[in-house]
Design a binder for this molecule. Sequence first.
Ligand code: AMP
Ligand code: ZN
Length: 467
Amino acid sequence: MLTLHNDATGQPEPFEPLTPERVTMYNCGPTVYQHVHIGNLRSFVFADTLRRALEHNGYEVDQVMNITDVGHLTDDTNDTGNDKVEVQAKKEHKTAEEIAQYYTDAFFSDLEQIGIDRSRIRFPRATEHITQQIELIRQLEEKGVTYTIDDGVYFDTTTAEQYPKLGTIQAEGLQAGARVEENTQKKHSADFALWKFSNADEQRQQEWESPWGKGFPGWHLECSAMAMEYLGVTIDIHTGGIDLAFPHHANEIAQSETATGRPFARYWLHSEHLSLKGEKMAKSKGTSITLDDLHTEDIHPLAFRYWLLTAHYRTPVSFTIDTVRGSQRALERLKAQLEKLPAGGTVPDSYARRITTSLNNDLDTPAVIALIAEILKDDGLSEQDQRAAAEHALTLLGIDIHRFIGKAVLTPDQLPAEVAALLREREVARNEKNFARADELRDEISAAGFEVHDTDTGPELSPLDRQ
Ligand code: AMP
Ligand code: ZN
């Protein structure tokens, strides 16, 4: 039985879809005005790992992830900023469409690199679903829960059965350093825009006619409209990064449930943040690190995925290049170890069960990773079965170890004789605590083209050039 922590109730709950054997899942996707950063990628890797766990439990998964190409404002939540895609278009002297297309393609390429098969996900774009969004506003208008002020059509949050159903309103005002520019015409500060009017003094690139006037849809609206369009009025699982719980997801719930009178999403799951030097990584703050940046540092995308999964998705993680490098080394060692073992084994039942139990415990990926180490140390298993069991666990984590190319890990017999001799001499120096000499020898080994890594089981070498 798969147990998932449901943020709607604050409890771990046994997972059961509405329709037996079939799961509908909606993931909040990227706003395509810049490259996604590795924090964004954490939320997508989480969604992919969840999909793998669902499939492992025998479910067929219908997965939709939106592409936000209009309506996400620079102030994120207060409906007073500028459209992120339009701002970037001005900066790059391109059209909004060109910006959105460019960063959508880059996003797709990142997904492939990090082990996410995008051919199995549908990616609707907000700009291609304006009709559905207008229709949703119309339904809300009929219910009498909207009002129009100078800059747009708003949802009156006090009309919702319960608001907010996720997070707390206070969270918004309490955001450290947040300068909230209040729209004084709003009836309540939590009310949010369904439709924003184009400014009379500024020509927008992306705008549409609507019964209320020319403009563009609010950011929260697209997710409600597209989730319901593709997956139905009530969906099984909705995910996003934790910053989206309030107000984005609270607003999605309020407008969807008011419009349909039915529950919107049954399980709400949020992945925690990735931070850099104590701050949440954010495109807008210019603190973004991308997969390309990792590539420059010789970090393979799958090593980054592996590093992410060494933490539980509900635990905040702090990025440092050294810890990710450590994961890359671990994966390199794992690959070298696995490739020495013969293929053709089967996964022993006891391990198959324990891997499933860990994954089903709200995606306890650190426990799955610990099991891989245990499997490879278990002398009671045949070498074939060790390999089969470890590869099975890695596949569930979305790590195709054979696609991972790190640096080869060489054993002393694979080294040129003179390098092996330098290495032996270095070990002697280290044992004698003559670290100055040991460092000199490390430099000599480097000059010969090899990098030394000291591990618990002794030194390992890899060629200095990437293979
Ligand atoms: P955005 O492109 O800003 O719309 O965000 C896309 C996804 O990334 C959302 O699910 C966000 O919650 C998530 N996200 C944004 N910043 C971070 C971060 N620093 N760490 C983890 N997830 C994040
Ligand atoms: Zn969303």
